[in-house]
Design a binder for this molecule. Structure first.
Ligand SMILES: [Mn+2]
Length: 322
């Protein structure tokens, strides 16, 4: 679906419900909130709702709406930052009259009967949505711009990851001109509690490095029990990049036991080598240098590590020694 058709759809519906993936990051939430604010501003007669699970550490950015089932039947559902039905938080998009998916991930869309706007060249879904608004001459308010800016800043690793483009900066500039509060975002991203800092220090001392360029953590039940006050996500995604930025380590992964589902969730990151094919081999996906997969157990995690080691042996070229 092109941008123009998308906004015609908005025009055609009185009720619009915006969805995103479970365990949201700031890109999912920023996309949702930014789009909701833009619709409210540019189409003041519409009823716009946002739905989804707990905001976790990102509750500073806003909150979800409580929505009854009966509002969906005449509604347009817009799903942001995910194209995989299993990961959509709140399955009631299935009750909606029509579904549009806006995403920047490389996975195939498996959401039935959905129209899609998928642009994998965008570093953040929030960048894609901002670009759609800008391109079609829509306005954004300061709060919406702040939310979208937050999505771009986090998904781009503070404008650092390879897929950051000149367009990313142009869109960020437009958001700042529209009143985005950079300081508000950075204050919330960088300030942490003493307990969080101590937790980081713990995990910094508990990862394994190998001579093959791979580092990893196994966070089992006992490890998680040491940190009862944090969410699964705080450890799984929150700790993986403690292993980033080490010359000898090209691929790093964090394997965390998910008690709710009795699975092991793997978060994989890399520098200078694409690893998403291995994530896909284990039923996962994501981006070239940042992806993940849900595994049966830690035995399967060992297989993933072996695959990463082999990948570096095959593609690494120069030997990695230390
Ligand atoms: Mn994203």
């Amino acid at each position: 679906m092109d941008y123009k058709t998308f906004f015609e759809k908005i025009d055609a519906y009185d009720t619009i419900v915006i969805f995103r993936h479970t365990r949201p990051d700031l890109d999912a939430l920023g996309s949702q909130i930014g789009l909701a604010e833009a619709i409210n501003l540019n189409y003041p007669s519409k009823r716009v709702y946002m739905v989804g699970d707990d905001l976790g550490r990102y509750s500073f950015i806003g909150k979800m709406d409580i929505v009854e089932d009966d509002i969906f039947k005449d509604a347009l559902a817009i799903i942001c930052d995910v194209a995989c039905q299993a990961l959509v938080s709140d399955k009631r998009y299935k009750l909606a009259k029509e579904v549009v998916v806006i995403d920047h991930h490389k996975n195939e869309c498996d959401i039935e009967d959905a129209s899609t706007i998928i642009d994998t060249s965008r570093i953040a879904c929030a960048e894609l949505i901002s670009h759609m608004l800008y391109d079609q001459g829509k306005r954004i308010n300061a709060y919406g711009a702040t939310a979208l800016y937050g999505g771009i800043v986090t998904d781009s690793g503070r404008f650092q990851y390879n897929a950051t483009t000149s367009s990313t900066f142009r869109i960020a500039a437009w958001l700042l001109d529209s009143g985005a509060d950079m300081e508000y975002i950075y204050d919330h991203l960088y300030v942490e509690t003493l307990a969080q800092r101590k937790m980081k220090n713990y995990f910094s001392n508990h990862y394994v490095t190998t001579n093959d360029g791979v580092a990893y953590m196994f966070n089992d039940k006992d490890t998680l029990a040491k940190f009862p006050d944090v969410t699964f996500f705080d450890i799984s995604r929150g700790m993986v990049n403690l292993m980033a930025g080490i010359d000898e380590i090209k691929i790093w992964c964090n394997f965390t036991y998910d008690a709710e589902n009795d699975k092991v969730v793997g978060e994989f990151r890399s520098r200078g080598i694409s690893i998403v094919e291995i994530a896909k081999k284990y039923g996962g996906g994501g981006h070239a240098n940042a992806c993940g997969a849900t595994l049966k157990d830690f035995m399967e995690a060992e297989l993933v590590i072996a695959d990463f080691k082999n990948l570096l042996k095959e593609k690494g070229g120069e030997s990695i020694e230390h």
